[in-house]
Structure formats: C-alpha cells, structure tokens
Design a protein around this ligand. Sequence first.
Ligand code: UT7
Length: 328
Amino acid sequence: MSLSVLGTGRRMPALEITNDDMASVVETSDEWISARTGIRGRRFITNEDLTALAAGAGRLALEDAGLDASEIDLIICSTIQGDYITPSLANLVQRDLGASCPAFDINAACCGFLYGLDAAHAYIGAGKAARVLLISAEHMSKFLDWTDRSTCVLFGDGAAAAVLGGGSGLRYITVDSNGQTESLRIPAHKPGIPFARSGGEEREKSVVYMNGQSVFKFAVSTCTDGIRRALDTLKLTAGDIAHYILHQANGRIIDAVRRALDLPEEKFPTNIRRTANMSSVTIPCLLDELNRAGRLKRGERLVLSAFGAGLTAGTCVLEWQKEAVSYG
Ligand code: UT7
C-alpha cells in the first residue's frame, strides 16, 4: 500500500436550511427528523455552482498540503453529477485551479470518496501519479422530490477534498458493488425523440427514490461486516482504531454499527446534525473537520466506511501521517 493524506479542505454552500424550514415545504417536523436521523440542518446550493465549491475545497486542500496546483498529477472528482453532463466536473475544476494534469469523474454515489481513494492508490502505486487531488462534490438538492417527505429532508449539498501522495498511510481498502436499482436510485432524465412511437412507457422523474428501511439494514450490516473484515485482516482490535469516520446518512445507522462493535461514542465523530447526507462528501468533510480541529494525531489509525446507491460499499484503514498544522 502506498498512499498518505497530505492535506484536506471543504467548502459548503451559503444557504442554511433548518428542519423547521423543511416543515414549511413538506409535512414534517424538527422532532421527527432529528429523532429518526440526527439531522438538524443542511446547506443547499442556490447562487453558487458545484464547480466553484469543488474548486474551493480543492484549493484549501492544496494549501493544507503546502502544494501548488501545478504539482498535482491527477484530479479525480467523485460526484453523482456535476454542473455539466460533459465536460466532467474534474475537467472544470482543473481549469479553475490552473492545473495541467489529467482529470476525470467517478460516480459511486455515497461511496465515491472510497472509490476515489482506491483509484488514486492504483495510480500512485503504478507510478502514474505522485500526487492526486481527490474532490467529492454533490448537488443533491437538484435530485430531490420536494413533495416526498421521506427523502427530501435527508440530504444536503457540499464539497470536500483531500490531497493524496505516496507514503504508507493506507493500510487496507476494499470497495464493492452489487448492481440493483430497487433500494435506491435517481433515474436519468429521458427526453422524447421525434421518432418515438406515442404511448411509450411512463417515465420516472429524475429524483431520489429510496426504500429507507432496506438501505438502513444494508448499511448497518455492510459497514459492521466490512469493518470487522478489515480489522481481522490487519490483526487489529476495534479499540486499536482512534476514529471511525462513517458515511453520514443517519445517526441511528452510525449508532447501530458502533453498538455492534461495542465501542464508545467518542470514537464515532459525526457532523450529520449540521450537514445532513451529502452523499460522497460526508467522509472527506468530516475528515477535514477533524484535521482542522487538531483532533487527528500522527500515527493514529482511522477507519473510513461507506455504503450507498449501487449498491456500493467500501471500507479503508488509514494511518494518519500528516504533521499537525495550526489553522489559527
Ligand atoms: O446515503 C444513502 C443511503 N441512505 C440511507 O442510508 C437512508 C437509510 N434509511 C434511513 O435512514 C431511514 O429508513 C429513514 C430516515 C429514511 C426513515 O426512517 P424510518 O425510521 O425507517 O421511518 P419509516 O420509513 O419506517 O417511516 C415511519 C413513519 C411513516 O409513517 P407511518 O406509516 O408509520 O404512519 C412515514 O410516513 O414516518 C413517516 N415519515 C415521516 N414523518 C414525518 C417518513 N418521513 C417523514 C418525515 N416527517 N420527514
């Protein structure tokens, strides 16, 4: 394994929306949302665009790593969809940062950051890149059905990034896929064409559809099993890990995994209260929050674990090798 985190950054949209604000759009309440999910607020993109947020997060991660964009060999963006279907979000971020390296997007839904880490590791390990900028950026609000209270209250928008380079920080990583659309999907927009016969099948709207309970069960079992497998492989105990940074989809999922592993709450940092579920952004955002708060100590082991549409899953064990920086 040959990868370490050199720097992190995040940028959130300006508009903050509380659960009470959501209750003015759908029949819901702060009491229901916070009790069932742990979410109290989220940010939504209004006047910004996703490219600017992604580039902003990337710039902060570069500053944190003490690097210039010209020193980056590859930009990977994980996103369900950027501002354009083509060019990719990574292409536009490359332009905005003034970098001159290859750039591409990956879509692995909420597991995008872990899939991105895996891809960056392969590039660095093969000697094709020395430094990779990995940015997760999601505009979930454009896929929300504002009449479906069971999904629209769950998500938020944002961007977060990590600069990755060689080193021995990455100790273990697996990513999995099990293709199905029943539990969680956002159908692509399918416009009619002039040659289509009339009376075609009814088209689903391009919004989030989710069977919450089935995803909940998948999330708890896949995260718990994935973490146990990682620890067994590395011959570590659950207590050897300083922080479990899980995908922030529901506080109750995080708590169920924590209880299954019989670990104390302080090992499971969360930010879902403020950010809601930002898909692939949740893990790098939490990583940046911990980094900038000085809560990650050199030599500590972290577990990152995610699940999402696909269905996808991923788990990694990372040793934090970055020197502590004072962020003033
Ligand atoms: O990152 C992508 C992966 N996504 C996830 O991981 C989400 C996983 N699933 C979940 O987090 C939970 O299943 C939800 C938060 C989506 C739902 O929580 P739940 O405890 O599974 O609730 P439920 O779907 O069983 O619904 C319970 C009740 C229903 O009413 P009845 O049938 O009991 O009368 C719903 O209609 O809650 C109702 N309900 C709401 N009530 C107020 C559903 N959404 C809302 C709402 N406000 N926003």
